[in-house]
Write a protein that binds this ligand. Sequence first.
Ligand SMILES: [Zn+2]
Length: 406
Amino acid sequence: MSARFLTLAALLLIGGGAIWWVQRTAAPQAPPGVHERAGSDSQSDHDASPAPVPSQAASSQALPKPSEALAQTPATGPRRESSRRNQEAIEHLEAGELEEAIKLFETNVEEHPDEPVFQQNLAEALLRLALREYDHEPEVAFAHLERAIELAPARQELLPLRDRWHTAVQAQAGFAEDQSTHFVLQYDGDRSDLLTLGYREVLDDLENAYQDYGEFFDVFPVEAGRPKFRAVLYDREAFDQVTGIGEWAGGAYDGTIRVPVRHFQRDRNRIRQTLRHELVHAFVDEVGGRGVPGWLNEGLAQYLSETNLSQRTRALDRARSQLVGKDLFSPTQLQGSLAQISEPEQVAKAYDQALAFTHWIAVHYGERTLVRMTQASQQGSDAAATFQRWIGVGLETAHQDFVDSL
Ligand SMILES: [Zn+2]
Protein backbone atom coordinates (compact mmCIF):
# COMPACT_ATOMS: atom_id res chain seq x y z
CA MET A 1 0.00 0.00 0.00
CA SER A 2 1.17 3.50 -0.68
CA ALA A 3 2.06 5.85 2.13
CA ARG A 4 -1.08 7.76 1.33
CA PHE A 5 -3.28 4.73 1.81
CA LEU A 6 -1.65 4.08 5.13
CA THR A 7 -2.15 7.63 6.25
CA LEU A 8 -5.77 7.61 5.31
CA ALA A 9 -6.32 4.28 6.97
CA ALA A 10 -4.83 5.73 10.11
CA LEU A 11 -7.11 8.72 9.93
CA LEU A 12 -10.20 6.68 9.41
CA LEU A 13 -9.43 3.92 11.81
CA ILE A 14 -10.75 4.62 15.23
CA GLY A 15 -11.04 1.00 16.21
CA GLY A 16 -7.47 0.28 17.16
CA GLY A 17 -7.46 3.17 19.54
CA ALA A 18 -10.78 2.81 21.22
CA ILE A 19 -11.09 1.73 24.79
CA TRP A 20 -13.54 -0.84 25.91
CA TRP A 21 -15.02 0.92 28.89
CA VAL A 22 -17.76 -1.47 29.81
CA GLN A 23 -17.54 -2.18 33.50
CA ARG A 24 -15.93 -5.52 33.27
CA THR A 25 -16.32 -6.43 36.87
CA ALA A 26 -19.82 -7.28 35.75
CA ALA A 27 -20.56 -9.80 33.06
CA PRO A 28 -19.94 -8.27 29.66
CA GLN A 29 -23.01 -6.62 28.26
CA ALA A 30 -23.84 -5.17 24.94
CA PRO A 31 -22.68 -1.58 25.12
CA PRO A 32 -25.76 0.61 25.14
CA GLY A 33 -26.78 1.76 21.73
CA VAL A 34 -23.87 0.21 19.95
CA HIS A 35 -25.85 -2.17 17.80
CA GLU A 36 -28.26 0.57 16.91
CA ARG A 37 -25.40 2.75 15.88
CA ALA A 38 -24.06 0.41 13.28
CA GLY A 39 -24.82 1.90 9.92
CA SER A 40 -27.15 4.43 11.46
CA ASP A 41 -25.23 7.61 10.91
CA SER A 42 -23.55 9.49 8.15
CA GLN A 43 -20.26 7.74 8.79
CA SER A 44 -21.60 4.27 8.36
CA ASP A 45 -19.69 3.75 5.16
CA HIS A 46 -16.37 3.77 6.89
CA ASP A 47 -15.08 2.29 10.03
CA ALA A 48 -16.09 4.81 12.60
CA SER A 49 -19.56 3.56 13.23
CA PRO A 50 -19.95 -0.23 13.19
CA ALA A 51 -20.41 -1.79 16.57
CA PRO A 52 -18.80 -2.21 18.95
CA VAL A 53 -15.52 -1.15 17.45
CA PRO A 54 -15.36 -0.63 13.74
CA SER A 55 -13.49 -2.85 11.35
CA GLN A 56 -10.34 -2.17 9.45
CA ALA A 57 -11.77 -3.95 6.47
CA ALA A 58 -14.68 -1.53 6.39
CA SER A 59 -12.32 1.39 6.45
CA SER A 60 -10.15 0.16 3.63
CA GLN A 61 -13.20 -0.13 1.41
CA ALA A 62 -13.77 3.56 1.92
CA LEU A 63 -10.28 4.63 0.95
CA PRO A 64 -9.98 6.92 -2.00
CA LYS A 65 -8.56 5.22 -5.04
CA PRO A 66 -5.35 6.62 -6.46
CA SER A 67 -6.16 9.08 -9.15
CA GLU A 68 -5.68 7.37 -12.48
CA ALA A 69 -5.33 10.79 -13.97
CA LEU A 70 -1.81 11.00 -12.67
CA ALA A 71 -0.47 8.64 -15.25
CA GLN A 72 -2.17 10.35 -18.15
CA THR A 73 -0.97 12.99 -20.45
CA PRO A 74 -3.63 15.28 -21.86
CA ALA A 75 -4.58 14.05 -25.29
CA THR A 76 -4.95 17.41 -26.91
CA GLY A 77 -4.64 21.09 -26.25
CA PRO A 78 -1.86 21.85 -23.81
CA ARG A 79 1.48 22.61 -25.22
CA ARG A 80 4.58 20.59 -24.70
CA GLU A 81 5.75 22.78 -21.83
CA SER A 82 2.63 22.02 -19.80
CA SER A 83 3.02 18.31 -20.32
CA ARG A 84 6.59 18.51 -19.16
CA ARG A 85 5.51 20.50 -16.11
CA ASN A 86 2.82 17.94 -15.40
CA GLN A 87 5.39 15.16 -15.51
CA GLU A 88 7.74 17.04 -13.23
CA ALA A 89 4.92 17.70 -10.76
CA ILE A 90 4.03 14.00 -10.71
CA GLU A 91 7.62 13.18 -9.81
CA HIS A 92 7.49 15.65 -6.92
CA LEU A 93 4.18 14.20 -5.85
CA GLU A 94 5.45 10.65 -5.78
CA ALA A 95 8.51 11.81 -3.85
CA GLY A 96 6.22 13.35 -1.25
CA GLU A 97 7.25 16.90 -2.17
CA LEU A 98 3.70 18.09 -2.18
CA GLU A 99 4.18 21.85 -2.09
CA GLU A 100 6.41 21.74 -5.18
CA ALA A 101 3.94 19.48 -6.95
CA ILE A 102 1.01 21.75 -6.13
CA LYS A 103 2.81 24.83 -7.41
CA LEU A 104 3.42 23.21 -10.78
CA PHE A 105 -0.07 21.73 -11.06
CA GLU A 106 -1.54 25.14 -10.15
CA THR A 107 0.33 26.76 -13.01
CA ASN A 108 -1.03 24.20 -15.42
CA VAL A 109 -4.58 24.66 -14.15
CA GLU A 110 -4.26 28.43 -14.54
CA GLU A 111 -2.94 28.13 -18.07
CA HIS A 112 -5.39 25.44 -19.12
CA PRO A 113 -8.50 25.82 -17.00
CA ASP A 114 -10.48 23.44 -19.21
CA GLU A 115 -8.05 20.55 -19.07
CA PRO A 116 -9.51 17.97 -16.66
CA VAL A 117 -6.31 15.99 -16.22
CA PHE A 118 -4.56 18.99 -14.69
CA GLN A 119 -7.49 19.63 -12.38
CA GLN A 120 -7.55 16.02 -11.24
CA ASN A 121 -3.83 15.99 -10.63
CA LEU A 122 -4.01 19.16 -8.58
CA ALA A 123 -6.88 17.62 -6.62
CA GLU A 124 -4.80 14.54 -5.89
CA ALA A 125 -1.89 16.64 -4.64
CA LEU A 126 -4.18 18.75 -2.46
CA LEU A 127 -5.74 15.61 -1.02
CA ARG A 128 -2.34 14.21 -0.08
CA LEU A 129 -1.40 17.51 1.50
CA ALA A 130 -4.68 17.60 3.43
CA LEU A 131 -4.08 14.10 4.80
CA ARG A 132 -0.64 15.13 5.90
CA GLU A 133 -1.93 18.31 7.55
CA TYR A 134 -5.03 16.99 9.24
CA ASP A 135 -3.50 15.89 12.55
CA HIS A 136 -1.79 19.20 13.06
CA GLU A 137 -3.83 21.82 11.22
CA PRO A 138 -7.32 20.40 10.75
CA GLU A 139 -8.87 23.65 9.47
CA VAL A 140 -6.19 24.12 6.83
CA ALA A 141 -6.48 20.46 5.87
CA PHE A 142 -10.25 20.78 5.54
CA ALA A 143 -9.91 23.75 3.21
CA HIS A 144 -7.51 21.79 1.00
CA LEU A 145 -9.82 18.80 0.94
CA GLU A 146 -12.73 21.03 -0.07
CA ARG A 147 -10.75 22.49 -2.94
CA ALA A 148 -9.74 18.99 -4.04
CA ILE A 149 -13.40 17.96 -4.18
CA GLU A 150 -14.24 21.10 -6.15
CA LEU A 151 -11.56 20.28 -8.70
CA ALA A 152 -12.46 16.59 -8.91
CA PRO A 153 -16.17 16.28 -8.19
CA ALA A 154 -16.22 12.74 -9.58
CA ARG A 155 -14.25 11.49 -6.59
CA GLN A 156 -17.30 10.64 -4.56
CA GLU A 157 -15.24 8.54 -2.18
CA LEU A 158 -13.93 11.77 -0.65
CA LEU A 159 -17.34 12.95 0.48
CA PRO A 160 -17.56 10.84 3.69
CA LEU A 161 -14.11 12.07 4.64
CA ARG A 162 -15.25 15.67 4.14
CA ASP A 163 -18.33 15.04 6.32
CA ARG A 164 -16.19 13.54 9.04
CA TRP A 165 -13.65 16.34 9.01
CA HIS A 166 -16.38 18.95 8.86
CA THR A 167 -17.90 17.47 12.03
CA ALA A 168 -14.53 17.48 13.78
CA VAL A 169 -13.65 21.03 12.71
CA GLN A 170 -17.09 22.30 13.76
CA ALA A 171 -16.90 20.52 17.11
CA GLN A 172 -13.55 22.14 17.80
CA ALA A 173 -14.39 25.60 16.48
CA GLY A 174 -13.50 28.19 19.07
CA PHE A 175 -11.70 25.70 21.28
CA ALA A 176 -8.91 26.99 23.43
CA GLU A 177 -5.46 25.67 22.65
CA ASP A 178 -2.54 25.17 24.96
CA GLN A 179 0.79 23.54 24.41
CA SER A 180 3.43 21.73 26.36
CA THR A 181 6.78 20.40 25.20
CA HIS A 182 5.32 17.43 23.31
CA PHE A 183 1.58 18.12 23.05
CA VAL A 184 -0.98 20.49 21.64
CA LEU A 185 -4.19 20.33 23.65
CA GLN A 186 -7.54 21.67 22.46
CA TYR A 187 -10.58 21.97 24.68
CA ASP A 188 -13.70 24.02 25.23
CA GLY A 189 -12.40 27.26 26.72
CA ASP A 190 -15.86 28.10 28.08
CA ARG A 191 -15.65 25.25 30.55
CA SER A 192 -14.40 26.53 33.85
CA ASP A 193 -13.39 23.06 35.07
CA LEU A 194 -10.97 22.74 32.17
CA LEU A 195 -9.90 26.35 32.10
CA THR A 196 -8.97 26.69 35.77
CA LEU A 197 -6.83 23.66 36.37
CA GLY A 198 -7.91 20.92 34.02
CA TYR A 199 -5.92 21.67 30.92
CA ARG A 200 -2.70 21.97 32.91
CA GLU A 201 -3.32 18.66 34.62
CA VAL A 202 -4.11 17.00 31.32
CA LEU A 203 -0.90 18.28 29.76
CA ASP A 204 1.01 17.08 32.83
CA ASP A 205 -0.59 13.64 32.51
CA LEU A 206 0.37 13.48 28.86
CA GLU A 207 3.91 14.66 29.50
CA ASN A 208 4.40 12.09 32.25
CA ALA A 209 3.06 9.36 29.99
CA TYR A 210 5.32 10.56 27.17
CA GLN A 211 8.37 10.10 29.37
CA ASP A 212 7.20 6.66 30.52
CA TYR A 213 6.54 5.40 27.01
CA GLY A 214 9.62 7.05 25.55
CA GLU A 215 11.69 5.04 28.00
CA PHE A 216 9.65 1.88 27.48
CA PHE A 217 9.83 1.95 23.68
CA ASP A 218 13.20 3.67 23.60
CA VAL A 219 11.79 6.26 21.21
CA PHE A 220 11.04 9.93 21.80
CA PRO A 221 9.07 10.73 18.66
CA VAL A 222 8.93 14.53 18.96
CA GLU A 223 12.67 14.75 19.60
CA ALA A 224 13.06 12.51 16.56
CA GLY A 225 11.20 15.02 14.41
CA ARG A 226 7.52 14.15 14.71
CA PRO A 227 5.25 17.17 15.19
CA LYS A 228 3.76 17.48 18.65
CA PHE A 229 0.97 15.03 19.44
CA ARG A 230 -2.49 16.57 19.35
CA ALA A 231 -5.15 15.83 21.95
CA VAL A 232 -8.70 17.13 22.00
CA LEU A 233 -11.14 17.05 24.92
CA TYR A 234 -14.83 17.06 23.99
CA ASP A 235 -18.09 16.83 25.79
CA ARG A 236 -19.68 13.43 25.32
CA GLU A 237 -21.99 14.43 22.51
CA ALA A 238 -19.29 16.04 20.39
CA PHE A 239 -17.01 13.07 20.97
CA ASP A 240 -19.71 10.73 19.68
CA GLN A 241 -20.26 12.91 16.63
CA VAL A 242 -16.59 13.20 15.78
CA THR A 243 -15.60 9.59 16.32
CA GLY A 244 -18.88 7.85 15.55
CA ILE A 245 -18.22 5.47 18.43
CA GLY A 246 -20.88 4.61 20.96
CA GLU A 247 -21.29 5.25 24.67
CA TRP A 248 -18.98 2.42 25.62
CA ALA A 249 -15.91 4.20 24.25
CA GLY A 250 -13.69 6.04 26.70
CA GLY A 251 -11.41 7.56 24.12
CA ALA A 252 -10.00 7.19 20.65
CA TYR A 253 -6.79 7.60 18.72
CA ASP A 254 -6.99 8.25 14.99
CA GLY A 255 -3.83 10.29 14.60
CA THR A 256 -5.26 12.62 17.26
CA ILE A 257 -6.01 11.62 20.84
CA ARG A 258 -9.71 12.25 21.44
CA VAL A 259 -11.22 11.99 24.89
CA PRO A 260 -14.72 12.82 26.14
CA VAL A 261 -14.84 14.71 29.42
CA ARG A 262 -18.12 14.99 31.26
CA HIS A 263 -17.08 15.81 34.84
CA PHE A 264 -13.41 16.59 34.96
CA GLN A 265 -12.83 16.34 38.71
CA ARG A 266 -15.15 13.41 39.32
CA ASP A 267 -13.69 11.37 36.44
CA ARG A 268 -10.14 12.51 37.02
CA ASN A 269 -8.56 9.04 37.28
CA ARG A 270 -10.47 7.60 34.38
CA ILE A 271 -9.51 10.57 32.19
CA ARG A 272 -5.85 10.18 33.11
CA GLN A 273 -5.94 6.50 32.27
CA THR A 274 -7.73 7.13 29.00
CA LEU A 275 -5.17 9.73 27.95
CA ARG A 276 -2.41 7.29 28.78
CA HIS A 277 -4.17 4.44 26.97
CA GLU A 278 -4.59 6.45 23.78
CA LEU A 279 -1.03 7.72 23.92
CA VAL A 280 0.18 4.11 23.97
CA HIS A 281 -1.63 3.62 20.66
CA ALA A 282 0.08 6.74 19.34
CA PHE A 283 3.48 5.36 20.35
CA VAL A 284 2.71 1.93 18.90
CA ASP A 285 1.79 3.66 15.66
CA GLU A 286 5.13 5.45 15.67
CA VAL A 287 7.18 2.41 16.64
CA GLY A 288 5.48 -0.32 14.67
CA GLY A 289 3.10 1.25 12.18
CA ARG A 290 -0.05 -0.55 11.24
CA GLY A 291 1.44 -4.04 11.17
CA VAL A 292 1.38 -4.46 14.95
CA PRO A 293 -1.00 -7.28 15.96
CA GLY A 294 -4.27 -6.10 17.46
CA TRP A 295 -3.80 -8.12 20.65
CA LEU A 296 -0.35 -6.60 21.22
CA ASN A 297 -1.55 -3.06 20.54
CA GLU A 298 -4.50 -3.33 22.96
CA GLY A 299 -2.47 -5.40 25.40
CA LEU A 300 0.23 -2.74 25.64
CA ALA A 301 -2.34 0.06 25.92
CA GLN A 302 -3.91 -1.64 28.92
CA TYR A 303 -0.64 -2.87 30.39
CA LEU A 304 1.08 0.53 30.27
CA SER A 305 -1.76 2.92 30.98
CA GLU A 306 -2.40 2.03 34.62
CA THR A 307 0.13 3.77 36.86
CA ASN A 308 -1.20 2.57 40.19
CA LEU A 309 0.43 -0.79 40.87
CA SER A 310 -2.33 -2.27 42.99
CA GLN A 311 -4.91 -1.18 40.39
CA ARG A 312 -2.79 -2.76 37.69
CA THR A 313 -2.64 -6.01 39.62
CA ARG A 314 -6.38 -5.90 40.19
CA ALA A 315 -7.05 -5.33 36.50
CA LEU A 316 -4.81 -8.22 35.58
CA ASP A 317 -6.35 -10.58 38.14
CA ARG A 318 -9.79 -9.65 36.94
CA ALA A 319 -8.83 -10.19 33.28
CA ARG A 320 -7.34 -13.60 34.04
CA SER A 321 -10.32 -14.70 36.10
CA GLN A 322 -12.67 -13.68 33.27
CA LEU A 323 -10.76 -15.95 30.90
CA VAL A 324 -10.94 -19.09 33.02
CA GLY A 325 -12.88 -21.86 31.33
CA LYS A 326 -13.43 -19.86 28.15
CA ASP A 327 -12.58 -20.88 24.64
CA LEU A 328 -9.79 -18.41 23.92
CA PHE A 329 -8.62 -16.87 20.67
CA SER A 330 -5.30 -17.88 19.19
CA PRO A 331 -2.79 -15.05 18.66
CA THR A 332 -3.40 -15.41 14.93
CA GLN A 333 -7.11 -14.82 15.42
CA LEU A 334 -6.27 -11.59 17.24
CA GLN A 335 -3.78 -10.47 14.62
CA GLY A 336 -6.03 -7.81 13.12
CA SER A 337 -7.64 -4.92 14.92
CA LEU A 338 -9.83 -6.09 17.78
CA ALA A 339 -12.26 -3.78 16.03
CA GLN A 340 -13.06 -6.61 13.66
CA ILE A 341 -14.84 -8.47 16.43
CA SER A 342 -18.46 -7.47 16.63
CA GLU A 343 -19.94 -9.55 19.44
CA PRO A 344 -19.58 -7.56 22.71
CA GLU A 345 -18.74 -10.60 24.85
CA GLN A 346 -16.08 -11.61 22.37
CA VAL A 347 -14.65 -8.10 22.38
CA ALA A 348 -14.44 -8.14 26.17
CA LYS A 349 -12.73 -11.51 26.04
CA ALA A 350 -10.28 -10.29 23.39
CA TYR A 351 -9.33 -7.25 25.50
CA ASP A 352 -8.89 -9.38 28.63
CA GLN A 353 -6.82 -11.86 26.70
CA ALA A 354 -4.71 -9.10 25.18
CA LEU A 355 -3.88 -7.69 28.61
CA ALA A 356 -3.25 -11.03 30.27
CA PHE A 357 -1.10 -12.45 27.47
CA THR A 358 0.90 -9.22 27.13
CA HIS A 359 1.55 -9.32 30.87
CA TRP A 360 2.51 -12.99 30.61
CA ILE A 361 5.13 -12.19 27.97
CA ALA A 362 6.48 -9.29 30.02
CA VAL A 363 6.91 -11.52 33.08
CA HIS A 364 8.31 -14.60 31.35
CA TYR A 365 10.27 -13.12 28.46
CA GLY A 366 10.85 -9.51 29.46
CA GLU A 367 9.29 -6.21 28.45
CA ARG A 368 12.02 -5.81 25.85
CA THR A 369 10.45 -8.69 23.95
CA LEU A 370 7.21 -6.73 23.73
CA VAL A 371 9.10 -3.76 22.30
CA ARG A 372 10.90 -5.93 19.73
CA MET A 373 7.60 -7.45 18.66
CA THR A 374 6.11 -3.97 18.28
CA GLN A 375 9.04 -2.82 16.15
CA ALA A 376 8.99 -5.94 13.97
CA SER A 377 6.73 -4.80 11.16
CA GLN A 378 8.78 -1.64 10.62
CA GLN A 379 11.77 -3.88 10.09
CA GLY A 380 10.22 -6.13 7.49
CA SER A 381 9.33 -8.89 9.92
CA ASP A 382 6.31 -9.62 12.10
CA ALA A 383 5.67 -10.02 15.80
CA ALA A 384 5.45 -13.83 15.85
CA ALA A 385 8.63 -14.36 13.80
CA THR A 386 10.46 -11.85 15.98
CA PHE A 387 9.31 -13.65 19.12
CA GLN A 388 10.49 -16.99 17.71
CA ARG A 389 13.85 -15.54 16.72
CA TRP A 390 14.57 -13.89 20.07
CA ILE A 391 13.08 -16.44 22.40
CA GLY A 392 13.57 -19.64 20.45
CA VAL A 393 10.01 -20.70 21.15
CA GLY A 394 7.00 -20.29 18.89
CA LEU A 395 4.46 -17.67 19.90
CA GLU A 396 1.65 -20.24 19.70
CA THR A 397 3.58 -22.46 22.14
CA ALA A 398 4.06 -19.59 24.57
CA HIS A 399 0.39 -18.81 24.20
CA GLN A 400 -0.52 -22.38 25.06
CA ASP A 401 1.62 -22.11 28.22
CA PHE A 402 -0.26 -18.94 29.07
CA VAL A 403 -3.63 -20.64 28.53
CA ASP A 404 -2.51 -23.58 30.74
CA SER A 405 -1.59 -21.11 33.49
CA LEU A 406 -5.11 -19.77 33.85
ZN1 LIG B 1 -7.19 0.78 22.98
